[in-house]
Design a protein around this ligand. Structure first.
Ligand SMILES: Nc1ccn([C@@H]2O[C@H](COP(=O)(O)OP(=O)(O)OP(=O)(O)O)[C@@H](O)[C@H]2O)c(=O)n1
Ligand SMILES: C[C@](O)(CO)[C@H](O)COP(=O)(O)O
Length: 256
């Protein structure tokens, strides 16, 4: 399914909130500071990520999860008119912190990794457009380019996997807001207090196999289809130092 527009319609932005998760430590990047603060072409990753989101969704409400005790990322969020909230110990727990801060009027919610700082507006807009057209869970994906093999406990190949049946998953992932709240409640990542207010729960670890938001839908609301839209190579996640070289190159190319 494809929804190719360059910016989301005003009607969908009206009821849409975006949670940008930026509370990670960036261990694999190894800069000794939260990854979202690491500069790319002189600007913090979060600053560029928020600009990318705002390109497609200029009027959407944005919540940014930041590490406990942070002031710098919160200032970047404020400069974009976004609200900063303290995240959790894992990505999933940070998303739950963002959901607990959600306005009750939000009909749709997009969850985006700050680390995917260069997501093209077309991708964000097509996730929002798919929600507007009635989809309840929408994720951008790409085909897998490399040959993929299984591996056994000894580290030997168990054979080639048919990659025509595989997709690499990106963000932003979009959901009907009530659905994403509901699966987070069922997963024990969120709870409601006696007044009905949502609160994120501290956990030692995430439910097994939960690596993104759509996997919560698949586990806790399997009757809801997860719909694909076309992702983009420029939505890659900055994970290791090499990714910073690519990010700089993309920014330079866009500036030309
Ligand atoms: N407790 C966490 C962990 C991750 N994230 C966010 O989730 C996104 C994807 O996570 P990942 O790339 O794994 O980031 P880090 O956890 O920072 O990386 P690492 O595992 O190398 O420490 C990032 O934007 C990151 O800031 C978050 O908000 N809260
Ligand atoms: C959510 C995600 O970006 C989808 O590809 C990814 O699962 C984040 O997890 P990671 O293990 O930290 O790369």
């Amino acid at each position: 399914m494809t929804f190719s527009t360059s910016s989301a319609s005003p009607s969908v932005q009206d009821g849409l909130a975006v949670i940008v998760v930026a509370a990670g430590s960036g261990t694999r990047l190894g800069y000794g500071m939260p990854k979202a603060l690491v500069p790319v072409a002189g600007r913090p990753i979060l600053d560029i990520a928020l600009e990318s989101v705002a390109d497609a969704l200029p009027t959407a409400r944005i919540i940014v999860t930041v590490p406990a005790g942070d002031t710098e990322l919160s200032a970047v969020a404020a400069a974009h008119g976004a609200r900063a909230v303290t995240g959790g110990a894992t990505r999933a727990q940070s998303v739950a912190c963002g959901l607990a801060a959600l306005d009750s009027s939000a009909r749709f919610v997009l969850v985006h990794d700050a680390a995917r700082l260069l997501v093209p507006g077309r991708v964000t807009a097509s996730v929002a457009a798919a929600l507007e057209s009635g989809e309840r869970a929408v994720i951008p994906v790409l085909p897998v380019n490399d040959t993929v093999r299984g591996v056994d406990a000894q580290g030997h190949s168990t054979g080639t996997v048919d990659r025509s049946g595989l997709r690499a998953v990106q963000t932003p992932q979009g959901f009907e807001a009530r659905l994403l709240v509901d699966v987070n409640l069922r997963a024990g990542l969120l709870e409601r207090d006696q007044h009905g207010a949502l609160a994120a729960l501290d956990r030692a670890e995430d439910p097994e196999g939960i690596t993104d938001d759509a996997s919560l839908i698949e586990r806790f609301a399997p009757e809801v289809p997860v719909t694909f839209v076309a992702g983009d190579e420029e939505s890659f996640k900055v994970t290791r130092p090499f990714d910073l070289i690519t990010a700089r190159a993309v920014l330079e190319q866009r500036a030309r």
